[in-house]
Design a protein around this ligand. Structure first.
Ligand SMILES: Cc1ncc(COP(=O)(O)O)c(C=O)c1O
Length: 355
């Protein structure tokens, strides 16, 4: 991969904003960022909130790098993986260039492309919704614009499946000048399928992680881009000066500490067990016609009449996610694996609906 040519021309020559934090300096009196002194802080009893945070708090970079078995220079922290998706598009797609996606998939890829004037091309899936490398390669090669990045969620949302490693390796080899972004938002529910280890051999691979799903921290907005340092350094030119608020960094540090990761793994095991219990219960319901395989914290379920089920559940105060308007997913509803009590309520309510 020619990293020199990869980023947009204006990004290649861009000098990032030189914040006071970035310029740094060794001293004891810091009057360079128009902040208050900590003794003058009057909202919260904190000794850090008066200061702008580091753009990329090193402890968090190091903790995520350790978690994925790479180095801190392979990691970028952002406001959720959503911010990373937008950053990748803004950094690598010139006007008139764009991305490839494989619907049904996470909706933000297309929205962020459109809001950044990048184009979107869709790769057709097989009848069983699996995705073939050859279909991606053909779509990228025949697209009416230059495809700079392919976004694939694995496990997929809402499909719940994994993009196989051999298919990914084919893609990475056959499209050496295209970024292949594997969005692993749900990977802790299927950790054996992480592709982070391939970054060593494939410079065009980018992997996205988040604390929003298995770590149960959607509210703090913390996600990670994992890639070759050359790719990370371009993203660092474009990212906001202070994307990681100090309270976020403090919570992320606890989550990624050894105890946090152990706790997360225990919770994941519970979710996976409950997911399979729900699957077993749903199988017996006459309204259910299909339950998709899932490697994530949700089940995608096809009903005889999805919109009627969705509406009836909503009237009982149970809000699910309907995918009925997505091609191929007619009558489908995605159910998040919530607490045991929540899933009991779902089952009781579904059972009481007319067959
Ligand atoms: C596949 C996928 N990627 C990314 C995200 C966004 O995650 P974050 O909360 O880190 O922005 C989601 C959220 O639902 C998702 O399903």
């Amino acid at each position: 991969m020619d990293f020199e040519k990869l980023a947009c021309a204006h990004v290649r020559t861009l000098k990032p904003y030189q914040s006071a934090r970035r310029i740094g300096g060794h001293g004891h009196t810091f009057l360079n960022a128009n902040e208050y002194h900590k003794s003058q802080l009057y909202f919260f009893n904190s000794t850090t909130l008066n200061r702008y945070p580091d753009c990329q708090p090193f402890e968090i970079l190091a903790a995520e790098a350790d978690y994925v078995g790479l180095r801190p220079e392979n990691v970028l922290i952002s406001r959720g993986s959503d911010e990373a998706i937008g950053l990748l598009i803004r950094t690598f797609c010139e006007e008139g260039e764009g991305i490839a996606i494989a619907p049904p998939t996470y909706g933000v890829y297309a929205i962020f492309a459109e809001t950044n004037r990048a184009q979107v091309v869709s790769v057709p899936r097989e009848k069983d919704f699996s995705l073939k490398a050859q279909a991606v390669i053909d779509t990228v090669k025949n697209a009416p614009f230059k495809v700079k990045a392919v976004f694939i969620d694995s496990p997929g949302n809402p499909l719940g499946g994994i993009f196989p490693e051999d298919e990914l390796k084919t893609l990475l080899t056959e499209l050496p000048d295209t970024l292949i972004v594997i969005d692993e938002a749900y990977i802790e529910f299927a950790p054996q399928h992480t592709r982070v280890g391939l970054i060593k051999d494939y410079p065009n691979l980018v992997v996205l992680h988040t604390l929003s799903k298995a770590f149960a921290l959607a509210g703090i907005r913390c996600g990670f881009t994992i890639a070759r340092p050359e790719i990370i350094s371009y993203l660092l030119k474009v990212i906001d000066p202070y994307p990681v608020p100090d309270p976020v960094a403090q919570i992320a540090r606890q989550a990624l500490a050894r105890g946090g990761i152990e706790l997360m793994r225990e919770r994941v095991a519970e979710i996976v067990k409950r997911r399979e219990e729900l699957r077993a219960h749903l199988k017996d319901l006459p309204q259910v016609t299909e339950i998709f395989p899932s490697e994530a914290n949700f089940l995608l379920v096809r009903f005889k009449d999805g919109p009627a089920v969705f509406q009836a559940m909503g009237q009982k105060g149970i809000i699910l996610r309907s995918f009925a308007d997505k091609p191929g997913l007619e009558n489908c509803i995605r159910i998040t694996i919530g607490s045991a009590e929540e899933l009991d309520e779902v089952m009781r309510t579904l059972t009481a609906l007319p067959a």
